[in-house]
Design a protein. Structure first.
Lengths: 1394, 255
């Protein structure tokens, strides 16, 4: 027998003795025992058998598959037979797993060699490498020089390798191929693609051993046949099957969150579900929760965090969704395995977060504060964050420095915003290089500003006067609250007689005492009533008022040129300047300076005022060592713009510099020794919209001053304003007094030009694409403004200003991508990385859940921890899997639940929480099937012509083929074993361009094909490139962007198919909110906010819902039959419920709800549709819409077919369009109310038609056909996804697919790619096989039809009708349809006039 | 079907009109060479448009003899500067027209860069806009300086590719190309021609808000809701619909 189950494990010794002694020793040393798959695999693989192993997660599958091979490779090495060539290829459908596997193998490879060495055996290294789309060309080059012995790759990369001119020669030595996750490959086109690659590999390598690994699936025999394929003589190759997927015991249960699921409201159900979930999570160590859709997953995470804020946070909950997209799912799963992903995007404790209005240390900021983040439109906005995350890192991260002088210390995985290939991309620190451009802020948005009063900056030891009125009020307040001043003073430990005097207004009161009193009274706001301030009781009165501009200018100057002693402050410099600043100060402080000269002969003005001194101390901190340790006064950040300029002007007069050469201004700026000042100035300038860089200069020099030598050492910081518009703006606003600076300003104002560093990097492709679209020549552009040619060919980056010019030009012709416009006017400056060095980080921090997932750290725009999806939990510790809602297939349930109890010997514990009545029935039956090991079948696609077309091109690139030989290779694949020569030739004709007009041959032909000689081969110089760039089977999906009117703000996206269903005025849900559809234009959908009381008129798209498998559907039918019998027998409630609980893995609530559900159906219409029965129900919904409901419980894929067939027949009979609603449990036809349906006539026709012909005609007119045709067309290179290095947008692919399909049909009705599209829809999307089975059952009477009429739909039909239409069967006669529509319009107008 | 005091006739079920007083057939938006441009972008559509359009033209000529043909813009989908090959279809078309008309008048559309190279060769006159008697032909992608001239009574534009979207009780959408005509805000008449192109995607004029219309003339000088609609399709011929505003009302579409 070619395919054989191995039922009995070999003895451990039998397995281990197959291994080299040192490998065996390593195994025994590392593991205690052989796991179930290993008890078979070591021996089988060593003996050279093809093997399929299915086993649950955590059963040592990887070692089971690899260890014999490692042993063999080392043996070859020992014998000197190991060449520089590839011996083993490991293929996994998931790129993300590749590095994992490599890591997992590197350890044994190393340890085995060490053990051998200790035994005196010197083994050569066995090399291992990853080769996938993510591997750099450099790395690939390396592999070419020194190929790995074990190659880890993906199906797509394997196909590319088969055509790699140089690398493919290393494949000639391949002895083993391991296919991992075979259950993810066997049922789709990726697997089909791989099966052909394997046969092509066989052409290069000769026979090799095939090893398939995977989770449980059914039937395994078929998966094995898929893996091994056929011999040249047409016989299945041999294969041994090891199925140990059931060694792990399963503990399964369905729970119903409420006692009566039918009569509970959605709210009750939801709240009960979360309570249940919380209870389950609390009782277990780690729970893995599955839902069936991504949005469902996000909802669960959101609600858990919302309901139990203290319990669930980003740090404690992870989500895992199992939507149709396997890749995304596996990717998340892989991230889970890698551990706490969220913990790695972090920065050091020295980091500063940009908050409103300026920087805050990350260790000090609280979630009550607002932070600044970058919004979708690339503008900085103020937002929120949830919490701060902190963890030990104890590893090397990076210190990264930019040209503008921004510095950040972060983990290796910290993410920076960049542009790559015209797209915004988050790049990890470890992947950044010097010279890369990353996003930093180009300005700091100001959200509020105000001018402080002096009472906000005075020291506590000042004395203050208050108004009599206020004093009176204070006294009264004290009396009311504390009885007397005495009492209060006792409480505050103050001298009551002083305070009494103070409050009488005799003496000024000490500010500290006033503060104490007012705060005790809760009247802090009265502080602003202070009238006069003094340092002591008599000297220099200061009137409390808003601080003047002049004071801030003085403060700026002081920061640069000031000093202090105990009795006051001084400023130094040229005399005219000092005079000027003295006058400024006098505005608020009427002080006369003492004018002296210091020992160096420099003028010094001293202001003796302790008050002034302490005010400055409060603002700056350490006054004595201000130039090194002083703080930049944070009060400046909140000032109005004009005040900020005054401050800057003062500072500029002190520490400003200018660089003028040949009457040209090169630079203006500031210099300081104080890093904080430098940062402060840069921040302040950013608030004013001016970009400046900070440069550090170390100096260590001796200066001579009047015969004395002064040693100076330290770091000097230069804050220099960027050139061009930044410099000009600065010059316009700054008003220095100093003469040389004023001259410099004048020079600047006369200089033209713009900042050539202010660029938008890496958007060449986008610009080129746009210009191509509007076909403007560069010559013309040159004339009207700007020639972007050099940018388009990547010779340079475009400056922001030029981009703005270009946009204005282009906008006249075309709707520009939002991204481009956003980039041109963004709040981002693309700064260059100039230094990157490792730095040890003990502890790291991150903000969690910030608005739009980002925040600003030390100038850089960084991604925050991550979204909930990526949050990780170690998959090793999972002890419970919860599935919310039915997973729709027994096999899937087992695969998911198999993730719990990871450790060998654990129990896999799984709970399904049912969310509605049909769900409940489904899950109960499903888990019973699971316990009985009754799995549903996979379906392997056969004869996919699109995948084949791709491989034919690949084969032709290798050599000239005789078609008989080529067909022989192809027919070895299980998926093409019954491909006939005629179809094959047809495909060759297509690829050779024989289908289109002669003049177009050049365009179409990718191969040449001579039917007379029976030969084909490669053609055209681009074919190889086209092949490489377009290989693969996973289609691009179209997302339509949705914008909200009136401001056209982006709010999310919807599927293209969904858009097709929308008509103006429809209400639908997006991101949890309701919107009204208005119109669409060019893949953009415009909506407006729906009115509050609106209800959705169109259901959320449910294409991502999984279909119920046919096998499970039949099981549910049988369950219905059992229940029906019980009701017909008249069994009572207790009997039925106890029967349910005893026979199904469900809880009491579930049993109760199932009982109620069936009872209602039985009582309402006396009929329960059951096994081999279809109930047809003519009925109405609450809106009085008419439906014909078919209770045909066969799963959605089968019902898709049945519903269409019935709808077409009915549409023809009635001459109307018909809406179709399809679910797993049946389907409903929405028909015009006045239409009369003759059921007998309908049934008669169902029995007599040719379903396939009928279906094809119908499918042709659906949106599904257009979409699937695009997928097939791009797989077969009819539509290219990537051409000459340009990505072709999906929407463009789609628009053209629609015209292309028309055209192809005109050329040949059976055009191979159209044929493939029908096949894919009928066999892969729908389930034509089982549908035909059902029709034949109807014909031969095995399935009985019952027919009833109801005024309102019966309970079993409810779920169906509320789904809403999934598709529409169009009338065949478009002409008639148009005429009817026209008539309807005219009638409606007539009615109105009447 | 005749419109505008019977001066102008829609030629049966085709996107073309005949104006008796100047003995001219008028068509617009042929977008020849569409397939070539797509191919350049890696999307290979067999070349069928030219054949389709030529078929249609032949049928039109059979129905209606005229001495002049006026092509109101966008004869070509796109020209690249370099490829001579691109000109072949236009050349062939002009050849065909030369054999069937005494005079060919080309009006430049937004896509018609470099068209002069071909038109010169065939001695075909090329206009930015074209005035004859009371008629004023312009493509409609921009507003010419003397747009307000008062010596014209009827303005004929294209560019918009007008179509209307219709919905039935079940919610099925049908889209049908149409010709629009009616009064402009200043009282002069306007006609908006449907596209002749096989690949054209129409603008749903009864769904799109005014500011989303392609032609600035329709946006600024016309109240689109006031225009009359005649749907044109090879399948059903001409269907007279009410004014756009009224169709919008029926579907409760906000203007």
């Amino acid at each position: 027998m070619a395919i054989e189950f191995i039922k009995k494990p070999f003895k451990d010794e039998e397995n281990l003795s197959c291994l080299e002694s040192y490998v065996k020793e390593w195994f025994i040393k590392t593991f205690k025992e052989l796991t179930p798959p290993q008890k078979y695999s070591f021996k089988l693989i060593s003996n050279g058998y093809n093997v399929v192993i299915t086993a649950p997660t955590g059963s040592g599958k990887t070692i089971a598959g690899f260890l014999s091979i490692l042993s063999e490779l080392f043996k070859m090495g020992k014998e000197g037979k190991l060449k520089d060539s590839v011996y083993c290829i490991y293929v996994s459908p998931l790129k993300a797993l590749d590095n994992d596997i490599k890591r997992n193998l590197l350890v044994p490879l190393k340890e085995i060699r060490e053990i051998a060495k200790n035994k005196g055996i010197d083994l050569p290294e066995v090399r291992i490498a990853v080769r996938s789309g993510d591997v750099t060309p450099n790395e690939k080059q390396k592999q070419l020089k020194q190929p790995p012995h074990i190659l880890i790759t993906t199906p797509e990369s394997l196909a590319v390798m088969l055509n790699a001119p140089k690398f493919s020669k290393y494949l000639s030595t391949v002895k083993w191929v391991i296919i991992d996750e075979i259950h993810e490959l066997a049922n789709n086109k990726r697997g089909v693609h791989l099966s052909l690659s394997l046969e092509r590999l066989q052409e290069i390598a000769g026979n090799f051993i095939r090893i398939g690994l995977g989770a449980t699936l059914h039937p395994i025999e078929e998966a094995a046949a898929f893996l091994v394929g056929y011999n040249d003589n047409g016989e299945l190759r041999d294969c041994k099957i090891v199925d140990v997927s059931w060694y792990k015991p399963y503990d399964l249960k369905v729970l119903c969150p409420v006692k009566d699921i039918i009569h509970s409201t959605a709210e009750q159900l939801n709240s009960a579900m979360y309570k249940l979930l919380d209870k389950l999570i609390s009782k277990h160590r780690t729970t893995l929760i599955f839902t069936n859709t991504r949005s469902g997953t996000e909802r669960v995470v959101f609600h858990l965090k919302d309901k139990w804020k203290n319990k669930y946070s980003d740090a404690t909950i992870g989500a895992h969704h199992g939507s149709l997209s396997r890749d995304i799912r596996l990717d998340v799963e892989n991230k889970l395995k890698q551990g706490l992903l969220k913990a790695v995007i972090c920065v050091s404790e020295n980091s500063n977060v940009l908050s409103n209005p300026s920087w805050r240390k990350i260790t000090e900021i609280t979630s009550r504060e607002e932070i600044i983040y970058l919004d979708q439109d690339l503008k900085l906005k103020k937002g929120k964050f949830d919490s701060i995350f902190c963890r030990e890192y104890k590893d090397y991260g990076f210190k990264i420095k930019s040209r503008l002088g921004y510095e950040i210390e972060c983990t290796k995985e910290h993410k920076f915003l960049t542009i790559r290939d015209s797209k915004l991309k988050w790049i990890e620190a470890k992947d950044l290089k010097c010279g890369d451009k990353v996003a930093v802020i180009r300005n700091i948005p100001i959200f509020s500003q105000y001018i402080p009063r002096y009472d906000e900056i005075i020291p506590e030891n000042a004395y203050v006067y208050l108004n009599e009125n206020i004093l009176k009020e204070i006294k009264e307040e004290i009396k009311i609250k504390f009885g007397s001043i005495k009492n209060l003073c006792k409480l505050l430990n103050l001298n009551s007689s002083t305070i009494t005097h103070n409050l009488r207004g005799v003496y000024p009161i000490k500010f500290a005492n006033l503060l104490k009193i007012l705060s005790k009274l809760g009247k802090e706001e009265w502080i602003k009533e202070i009238k006069v301030i003094r340092t002591n009781k008599t000297k220099h009165p200061l009137f409390n008022k808003k601080i003047s501009k002049e004071f801030f200018r003085f403060l700026g100057f002081y920061l640069a040129e000031g000093s202090c002693d105990n009795s006051g402050i001084s400023i130094a410099g040229e005399r005219y300047l000092l005079e000027f600043y003295s006058k400024l100060l006098a505005k608020d402080f009427p002080l006369k300076p003492i004018k002296t000269k210091n020992p160096h002969g420099i003028h010094v003005f001293k202001f003796s005022s302790k008050l002034l001194r302490s005010i400055f101390e409060k603002l700056i901190g350490d006054l004595k060592k201000k130039s090194i340790k002083g703080d930049f006064p944070s009060i400046i950040y909140k000032l109005p713009e004009e005040y900020k300029w005054c401050f800057l002007s003062g500072y500029f007069d002190g520490d400003g510099y200018s660089e003028i050469k040949n009457k040209r201004a090169y630079s203006l700026g500031f210099s300081t020794f104080n890093k904080k000042f430098a940062k402060g100035l840069q921040t302040l300038l950013l608030q004013l919209g001016i970009i400046a860089s900070i440069r550090e200069r170390e100096y260590n020099e001796e200066q001579e001053f009047r015969g004395r030598k002064i040693k100076k050492k330290g770091i000097c910081y230069t804050i220099s304003i960027y050139g061009g518009e930044h410099l000009r703006k600065f010059a316009q606003k700054i008003k220095p007094k100093k003469k040389n600076l004023r001259n410099a300003i004048n020079h600047v104002l006369n200089t033209k030009g713009y900042c050539n560093r202010d660029i938008i990097p890496n958007i060449s492709e986008l610009l080129r694409e746009i210009r191509k679209k509007i076909s403007l020549s560069t010559y013309k552009l040159q004339r009207i403004g700007y020639n972007p040619e050099k940018v388009e060919i990547k010779k340079r980056n475009i400056s922001r200003r030029k981009l703005q010019t270009l946009i204005k030009l282009y906008e006249k012709f075309i709707e520009l991508p939002e991204l481009l416009k956003n980039l041109a006017y963004s709040h981002i400056f693309w700064d260059e990385i100039i230094k990157k060095e490792p730095i040890y980080l003990e502890k790291v921090y991150s903000l969690v859940d910030t608005s739009n997932h980002n925040y600003v750290i030390d100038g850089f725009i960084c991604q925050n921890s991550s979204t909930s999806l990526e949050l990780g939990i170690d998959i090793g510790y999972i002890d419970l899997v919860v599935q919310i809602g039915s997973p729709k297939s027994v096999t899937r349930a087992i695969q998911r639940i198999g993730r719990s109890g990871h450790k060998f010997g654990d129990v896999a514990k799984g709970i399904i929480i049912a969310m509605d009545r049909d769900d409940l029935v489904e899950c109960a039956v499903m888990l019973k099937c699971a316990l009985e090991k009754h799995l549903d079948k996979i379906q392997i696609p056969k004869n996919c012509l699109d995948v084949l077309a791709q491989h034919i091109v690949g084969m032709a690139l290798n050599k000239k083929w005789n078609i008989k030989d080529a067909l022989k290779v192809i027919k070895r694949s299980y998926c093409y074993h019954d491909l006939d020569e005629e179809t094959f030739k047809k495909l060759l004709h297509y690829l050779a361009g024989h289908y289109s007009d002669l003049e177009d041959q050049r365009v179409y032909g990718k191969i040449w094909f001579d039917e007379n000689d029976g030969m084909f081969g490669k053609r055209g110089k681009y074919t190889r490139i086209i092949y490489y760039l377009n290989i693969g089977t996973i289609p691009d999906e179209v997302k339509v962007d949705v914008y909200k009117l009136p401001d056209k703000k982006y709010i999310g996206n919807i599927e293209e198919g969904f858009l097709e269903r929308l008509k103006p005025g429809d209400i639908f849900v997006l991101g949890g909110k309701l919107y009204e559809f208005r119109y669409a234009r060019a893949m953009r959908c415009y909506v407006s906010q729906a009115p509050k009381e609106a209800v959705p008129t169109i259901p959320a798209w449910f294409s991502e819902l999984l279909p119920l498998s046919f096998d499970l559907a039949l099981e549910i039918q049988k369950f219905r039959k059992e229940m029906k019998k019980k009701f017909e027998k008249g069994e009572n409630k207790e009997e039925i419920i106890s029967w349910l609980i005893n026979n199904y893995p469900i809880d009491k609530y579930s049993a109760h709800s199932i009982y109620e559900y069936f009872k209602e159906q039985y009582e309402y219409c006396n009929i329960i549709p059951s096994f081999n029965e279809i109930l047809i129900e003519e009925t109405y919904d609450l809106h009085d819409r008419k439906y014909i409901v078919f209770h045909s419980l066969y799963g959605r894929r089968t019902n898709d077919v049945l519903s269409r067939i019935v709808a077409i027949i009915l549409s023809n009979q009635l001459g109307k369009n018909i809406g179709v609603i399809v679910s797993d449990n049946g389907f409903a036809l929405h028909i015009p109310k006045k239409s009369k349906v003759d059921i007998n006539k309908l049934l008669e026709e169902i029995k007599n038609i040719n379903p396939i012909i009928l279906l094809r005609e119908n499918i042709r007119r659906t949106e599904l056909m257009n979409r699937r045709f695009r997928h097939c067309a791009s797989r077969s290179f009819l539509i290219l996804r990537n051409y000459k290095g340009y990505k072709i947008s999906v929407s463009k692919q789609q628009t053209n697919a629609q015209t292309l399909i028309k055209v192809c049909e005109e050329i040949d009705k059976n055009f191979p790619i159209i044929e493939e599209t029908y096949r894919e829809i009928l066999e892969d999307v729908f389930d034509i096989e089982n549908a035909l089975k059902v029709i034949s059952w109807i014909k031969n009477g095995k399935v009985k039809i019952n027919y009833i009429k109801t005024n309102l739909s019966s309970p079993f039909a409810h779920n169906l009708i509320i789904l809403g239409e999934a598709d529409i069967v169009l009338m065949e006669d478009r002409k008639k349809a148009l005429l009817e529509l026209h008539e309807a319009i005219m009638k409606s107008i007539q009615n109105r006039k009447d | 079907m005749k419109i505008l005091e019977n001066n102008i006739e829609i030629i049966e079920c085709f996107p073309a009109i005949y104006i008796e007083s100047i003995d001219s057939i008028v068509i617009a938006d042929l977008h020849l060479g569409y397939e070539g441009i797509m191919a350049e972008q890696g999307i290979f559509i067999p070349k069928i448009q030219f054949k389709k359009e030529l078929d249609m033209l032949s049928k039109i000529i059979k129905k209606k003899k005229a001495s002049k043909i006026i092509i109101n813009g966008d004869i070509k989908h796109e020209f690249s500067e370099t490829s001579y090959h691109e000109f072949i279809e236009v050349s062939d078309l002009l050849n065909f027209l030369k054999n069937n008309f005494k005079e060919i008048i080309l009006i430049k559309g937004n896509h018609d860069n470099y068209i002069a190279r071909v038109s010169n060769r065939y001695n075909v006159k090329l206009y930015e806009e074209f005035k004859i008697n009371e008629f004023y032909f312009l493509h409609g992608h921009k507003i010419p300086i003397d747009f307000m001239r008062n010596d014209v009574k009827i303005i004929i534009i294209a560019h918009e590719h007008p179509a209307i979207a219709l919905y039935d009780e079940i919610g099925v959408k049908e889209k049908i190309d149409c010709l629009l005509y009616g009064n402009m805000k200043d009282g002069r008449k306007i006609i908006v021609l449907p596209a002749f192109s096989y690949f054209a995607q129409g603008s749903d004029v009864n769904i799109l808000p005014k500011e989303e219309l392609l032609s600035p003339i329709l946006r600024e000088y016309v109240d689109i809701d006031e225009l009359n609609v005649i749907a044109i399709s090879e399948e059903v011929g001409c269907l007279i619909f009410p004014k756009i505003g009224e169709i919008k009302n029926i579907y409760k579409i906000k203007s």
